[in-house]
Design a binder for this molecule. Structure first.
Ligand SMILES: Cc1cc2nc3c(=O)[nH]c(=O)nc-3n(C[C@H](O)[C@H](O)[C@H](O)COP(=O)(O)OP(=O)(O)OC[C@H]3O[C@@H](n4cnc5c(N)ncnc54)[C@H](O)[C@@H]3O)c2cc1C
Length: 265
């Protein structure tokens, strides 16, 4: 369990911005699920729960997941269950148990760029942007490529469209981290294929996606495309699985996801 010496509770994002710039070592608190795993002594922590960042906001064109939105909010939100074949509720639904998902926040989950993430691959096959307090708004893919800087993730913005999408993961046990995962989407002939838990952070198989996007759907061979994506992505080994096993399993998951998207058309 960690220890906080001083807790700051801004009541607006403007106040949070001032606190962030005045306190170089300030630790931003999400739901504290991950922070609780360590035994850090934190001199100053900032709790965002008075900044009005809890809700999921939907307009005609986008869905905004404010930073303090919990994974359970995402799992149970009616619009997210309807949009993109429910890829987001499906991706978060296997993360530990309901109690945990009611605390863990989307802000921390995206900002931390966890290599084992179930959420990032699913967000990456959608038209997703992130809004940071200091760096402003940018596509999720750009954010993931940038080196980590001290900032605060304000919200995740998903642009609504009629894309079809699918998410698959492989775990040793239901409450374990994923060994490898795959997300696929199709929008107006453009395919996006992402591998996650490689064990590095989520990565787009850009070349495979581009080549596939030029092919008529009827000519697509899901097995061959999934293998091509598996060969394009970089996989590594750790105590959960070897790189070769991950690559082989990713090809299976990606094929299933491609076939599911094709069946939804
Ligand atoms: C035991 C365990 C198992 C897990 N299994 C999985 C899994 O299988 N799949 C999966 O996808 N995820 C998994 N996770 C990660 C989980 O889903 C959350 O992503 C994680 O707990 C962080 O969310 P939190 O709200 O608890 O963050 P916190 O613990 O509050 O914060 C984590 C980090 O993010 C920073 N932070 C918090 N909010 C913000 C913000 N708005 N802007 C900038 N920085 C911020 C904090 O300073 C801290 O460094 C697991 C976590 C744990 C502890």
């Amino acid at each position: 369990m960690f220890t906080i010496e001083q807790l700051l509770q801004p009541s607006s994002l403007d106040e949070a911005a001032v606190m962030l710039s005045e306190n170089p070592d300030l630790v931003v608190l999400g739901g504290c699920g991950f922070l609780k795993m360590g035994s850090r002594r934190i001199a100053k922590a900032m709790d965002l729960s008075r900044c009005g960042l809890e809700e999921i906001r939907e307009t005609e064109t986008q869905i905004e997941l404010n930073a303090m939105t919990t994974l359970y909010d995402i799992e149970t939100n009616a619009s997210l269950r309807d949009c993109f074949d429910g890829i987001l509720p499906r991706a978060v639904g296997h993360i530990l148990g309901v109690q945990f998902r009611r605390c863990a926040t989307i802000g921390a989950s995206v900002y931390s760029k966890y290599g084992f993430s179930d959420i990032l691959p699913a967000l990456l096959v959608l038209d997703t942007e992130v809004e940071l307090l200091r760096a402003g708004r940018m596509p999720l893919a750009e954010f993931l490529d940038k080196p980590v800087t001290r900032d605060l993730l304000v919200r995740v913005i998903i642009h609504k469209d009629d894309r079809r999408a699918s998410y698959r993961d492989l775990r040793n046990a239901s409450a374990d981290f994923p060994i490898v995962n795959a997300a696929v989407s199709l929008y107006r002939g453009q395919w996006a294929i992402v591998g996650g838990a490689r064990p590095g952070k989520a990565m787009l198989a850009t070349k495979t996606g581009q080549e596939l996007s030029n092919l008529p759907v009827e000519q697509m061979n899901a097995t061959a495309v999934a293998q091509q994506a598996a060969d394009e992505l970089v996989f590594g080994s750790n105590n959960k699985a070897s790189a070769d096993y991950r690559r082989a399993m990713f090809a299976v998951l990606a094929k299933q996801a491609l076939e599911e998207v094709l069946a939804c058309k």
